[in-house]
Design a protein around this ligand. Structure first.
Ligand SMILES: [Zn+2]
Ligand SMILES: [Zn+2]
Length: 129
């Protein structure tokens, strides 16, 4: 008699937990996907290497020498300039780039003005400074 009651209680508990679990999972799944939207990176900061998303720009100065060459002086992104919270290093020589220094990139407007070719920092590309 006592064994029978135990089985009955156990069986009831099992039935009661299944709908509860389904109820919880139905609520938690859409929440999780909503809170972690997959953003696509737009590019990488050439100085600190962090991934940049839409609206996060890299600060730079551009000097145009007629239509022969465009010199772009890259100062850094919002993570490494002007406060320098992240380590700033040259993408060419890997040496540290001080906060008042920059990395030079050149584009050829006759070919493709949007294609930037990284030349380096003052240390590894002094002829551009
Ligand atoms: Zn950066
Ligand atoms: Zn360098």
């Amino acid at each position: 008699m006592a064994e029978y009651t135990y089985l009955l209680v156990f069986g009831f508990a099992l039935v009661a937990t299944i709908p509860l679990f389904l109820f919880l999972s139905a609520f938690s799944y859409p929440k999780n996907t909503k809170h972690t939207p997959k953003r696509k990176a737009k590019g990488k900061c050439p100085i600190c290497g962090i991934l940049l998303y839409q609206g996060q720009k890299v600060r730079s100065n551009r000097t145009e020498i007629a239509d022969l060459a465009h010199y772009t002086r890259i100062k850094g992104c919002l993570h490494c300039y002007p406060e320098g919270k992240r380590k700033r290093s040259c993408p060419v020589c890997q040496k540290e780039v001080p906060i008042d220094e920059h990395v030079l990139a050149v584009s050829e407007p006759r070919k493709n003005p949007l294609k930037l070719m990284l030349r380096g920092c003052r240390n590894c590309y002094p002829e551009g400074f």
